[in-house]
Design a protein around this ligand. Sequence first.
Ligand code: GDP
Length: 300
Amino acid sequence: LRQGLAKTRRSVLNQLKAIVGQGPLDERAVTELETLLLQADVGVTVTDWVIQQIQAQIRQEALPPELALKLLSGLLRQVLERPYQHHAPNLTPVPGQLNIWLITGVNGVGKTTTIGKLAHLATKSGYKCLIAAADTFRAAAVEQVKIWGERAGVGVVSNPSANADPAAVVFDAIGAAQSRGVELLLVDTAGRLQNKQNLMAELQKVRRIIDKKAVNATVESLLVLDATLGQNGLRQAQVFTEAANLTGVILTKLDGTARGGIALAITQELGLPIRFVGAGEGLMDLRPFSSYEFVEALMG
Ligand code: GDP
């Protein structure tokens, strides 16, 4: 993760040291810190909150560099951990039963790649895994997902007819998963935003099939967001939060941005935990998200 965050780290860390390292934090340093957080795409709400907390603290006591850094990393972690509430910090399939993870995201954000990486990660951890190619709108998407399935050594259920019904693919995939004792079924779902009504109808139909055919399955609905899109990605995400009953976010391309602070804006604005982060194009470049590790990689 440190490597993945290298760009953000370089742009944040040096400045942070210069701001905080000069001695007890004063008002001027706090203002510089505010600018730095905004530059890293942490977002206005989180930045305001962090700055208020720090100001409240320095009114009470002087904050030497070490304490200031500790306070700051604690505050950033708090923001990232807020949406966990009742969830365990790491998302893993419940062993010995069917888990269905619906993966959504706008074309180009890295959805297919992420499904391949998730399949690899799950298989490596000993889970029996299967992929449903239910983003049937793009023929190329089905081919792509098959290539990733092969790389990860995981089967892909698809429907060869053009414009097949995604819900039908999911229906077949659940059947296959149940008969093969699959523990994790990854469902590649539609990624087009142009028509929100269609998107919603399609996702809801898929959901109904799951509720009917896989009554006891544990279902997660994960949105893939591209970190390089920054605040624009957040706007895309709002549509999916309405359409897909999201339970979490997967943040890709962290390696491609110096504004990795977007992770904090996401948890704040969407109220959803980040579950995995992608930082590279390879099969292994996906990690479970840890707020501790993230803040360490950013500031430590
Ligand atoms: P999809 O249209 O959402 O399914 O996107 P793809 O999975 O086809 O990915 C789009 C592009 O983003 C490809 O060139 C991927 O290699 C690249 N990509 C995906 N994830 C990452 C990542 O974490 N880091 C980097 N640098 N590139 C990524």
